[in-house]
Design a protein around this ligand. Structure first.
Ligand code: ZN
Length: 187
């Protein structure tokens, strides 16, 4: 079983939004998968956009703790690490049950959801002032993106992407990449 509620996400800092950009984002799938393949971060294809871990998977992440409990080989009965590239039609808000609320830049009200992630500016439900949606700080537990890379079965702060991986993605997509840990409801 490949599914695990614990995931590490890599996502581009720049959010693509318009219809024209949608096509570019789809184009990005082939360039991103090519980059990940060249790095040997991904292995063999398992689904339309899902891959097993490649030979350099472990060396392109920095694992915290002395003996990470990760399963790299596909298993029938327990979760294992895999990589999936996600492309959405428009920018989407990604979050899970571990979300840490962001705060409104004006009134500091807690924000735990974004009504319309595809729109650049959001209105605070508390003070009614406008703020740039992607400026909010979710402390690595949520983000807005149109496309991203999921690394399945990585626990919160268990591993961080290293500079070689982030730099290669930046060179491919011409934007900085960030990361977040999202835990889904497992039931
Ligand atoms: Zn506010």
């Amino acid at each position: 079983m490949w599914h695990s509620p614990y995931k590490l996400y890599l996502y581009p800092e720049t959010i693509k939004q318009s219809t024209d950009e949608n096509e570019k984002a789809i184009g990005d799938f082939s360039s991103i998968s090519k980059t990940l393949k060249e790095l040997d971060f991904i292995g063999t294809k398992q689904g339309e956009r899902r891959y097993t871990t490649g030979k350099n998977f472990v060396s392109l992440l920095t694992f915290m703790g002395c003996s990470p409990n990760i399963e790299l080989e596909p298993q029938e009965n327990k979760p294992y690490c895999y990589i999936e590239i996600i492309i959405e039609k428009e920018a989407k808000f990604f979050s899970g049950i571990n979300i840490k609320a962001a705060t409104c830049p004006e009134c500091k009200a807690k924000i735990t959801d974004i009504a319309n992630p595809a729109v650049e500016n959001s209105v605070c439900t508390n003070c009614k002032k406008t703020f740039k949606t992607n400026r909010l700080n979710w402390r690595k537990t949520a983000f807005i993106a149109q496309y991203c890379i999921v690394i399945g079965n990585i626990y919160e702060s268990e591993a961080i992407p290293n500079d070689q991986l982030l730099d290669a993605l930046k060179a491919t997509s011409l934007t900085e990449w960030r990361y977040a840990y999202i835990r889904e409801d497992g039931n």
